[in-house]
Design a protein around this ligand. Structure first.
Ligand code: GH3
Ligand code: MG
Ligand code: MG
Length: 431
């Protein structure tokens, strides 16, 4: 499900842009109604994107959408007829140079929501990008335009394009900056900004074609709107602290399991002591560490944060014996992992020129263990909740019998005796 969403996030914009390309090069193939509606489509999609961003508090997308709408309106008013006068050349130059710069800056800004003071710098950025070409037009500063349109060097481009070389450089640098921001933040919304840049570059490159600009901007608006929805969906299903799918995602996954399925419940041992000894922040770091080690589980297991310091691993289509070695490996891996923590003798960033030479500082470390309870669906009509209850019972036994252990409910008899007998649980201990 997660990979399907990720695929949608990446592939859908590409498909949209290919459609745009087809529409631009072969408009006679497009349905007549689409062509009739096309001039208004960019306004519709960017308005939808802006509205969704307001609803889901994505301030950067609000401004990107508004900026794309303004870009389209300006292009339509000044450049659409293929004009070469000063206003047309000014708007075209601004779209080639300022637009990618603004989108790249928005991509690197923190997402601070909407309806607060953080909107002001973003608003100022977009307003400045609009005001600059208006000022050039008003003052007829043709020499500034000459500078924008002048070739950067004696470079022979493989394809002819109306985008000046400075604009190509701005798009290239802007695109790399936005893609890096999207990768660093792992953000679908920032990736959509990269697609907006691609769409805008295409719109400008093919601007002589009647349908290029409206269809590319309409696609960019649709991509932004889609990204806001995908992002909102991810937020609902992903745990903020660990990045793992959360409880709601587990509930969804449990609805889709088949006849065979094994579920493990994992609980960090004496985690309260970690919080008490090192503070809540280190506790959070430990949870992130545990989550990242658990996420490496093999055997087709899918890890979820169940809540607090508890995690679940779901093995769909797997028996207990398939899952046990992978769970045992997780327990041992976490037991062995020494996590460095910042103590008073280990500043986050050493002062300039004061890096210690020679022997490396000996950072404080913290290590934790986990207890694991596991159970498999015994009868086809056992509900997922019953399997979780059995895994919970096995976890309880693991805790009772000394922690840092893996216990399983292995038989129907044990299963039906949950809560009554605690003597026959299979013990899987050791490396
Ligand atoms: P046991 O081995 O029996 O599981 O002992 P324990 O201390 O892990 O269990 P207990 O349920 O008493 O304590 C769990 C603690 O986990 C209490 C709670 O403050 C802490 N905790 C839950 N969620 C978070 C979180 O998101 N961050 C941090 N830092 N602590 C959390
Ligand atoms: Mg617990
Ligand atoms: Mg615990």
């Amino acid at each position: 499900m997660t990979s399907l969403r990720a695929l949608l996030g990446i592939a859908a914009p590409a498909v949209l842009l290919v459609v745009v390309f087809g529409l631009t090069t072969r408009p006679e193939r497009a349905p007549a109604t689409l062509i009739t509606l096309l001039p208004q489509m960019p306004y519709v999609t960017v308005a939808v994107a802006a509205a969704l961003s307001l609803i889901f508090h994505r301030g950067r997308v609000v401004f990107t959408a508004i900026g794309l709408g303004v870009a389209y309106a300006a292009f339509d008013k000044f450049c659409a007829g293929g004009g070469t006068d000063l206003p047309a050349r000014t708007v075209f130059a601004a779209l080639c140079v300022l637009a990618p710069a603004v989108i790249a800056l928005l991509a690197w800004m923190e997402e601070r929501g909407t309806a607060n003071v953080h909107m002001l710098p973003r608003l100022a950025l977009v307003a400045a990008a609009c005001a600059l070409p208006m000022w050039i037009m008003a003052t007829e500063r043709a020499e500034t335009l000459e500078w924008v349109y002048a070739p950067l060097g004696d470079v022979a481009l493989p394809i002819a394009t109306p985008i000046p070389q400075l604009g190509l450089a701005a798009f290239a640098i802007g695109f790399v900056a936005v893609v890096v921001a999207a990768a660093v933040r792992r953000s679908v919304v920032t990736a959509a900004l990269a697609w907006s840049l691609v769409a805008l570059a295409f719109a400008l490159h093919a601007s002589a074609e009647l349908f290029a600009f409206p269809s590319a901007i309409a696609a960019a608006g649709a991509v932004l709107a889609l990204a806001v929805l995908v992002d909102a969906n991810q937020m609902a299903f992903r745990d903020e602290l660990t990045g793992l799918p959360g409880r709601r995602a587990l509930d969804e996954a449990l609805k889709a399991i088949g006849r065979r399925c094994t579920i493990a419940m994992i609980d960090v041992d004496r985690f309260k002591d970690v919080n008490d000894a090192h503070g809540h922040q280190v506790g959070d770091e430990v949870l992130r560490m545990v989550a990242s080690r658990l996420a490496r589980v093999g055997g087709g297991g899918r890890v979820f944060r169940y809540g607090g310091e508890e995690f679940s691993v779901l093995f769909s289509g797997k028996d207990l014996s398939d899952a046990l070695p992978h769970l045992q490996a997780l327990r041992v891996d976490i037991q062995r992992y020494q996590m460095a923590i910042r103590g008073p003798d280990r500043p986050a960033r050493p002062a300039a020129g004061k890096r210690r030479r020679g022997s490396a500082p000996n950072p404080k470390t913290v290590s934790v263990t986990v207890s694991i309870g596991v159970a498999a669906r015994v009868a086809p009509n056992d509900s997922p909740e019953a399997v979780i209850a059995a895994a919970d019972e096995a976890l309880y036994r693991a805790k009772q019998e000394g922690r840092n252990a893996l216990r399983a409910i292995t038989s129907r008899r044990e299963w039906s005796a949950i809560g009554v007998r605690r003597d026959k649980a299979a013990v899987f201990r050791g490396v």
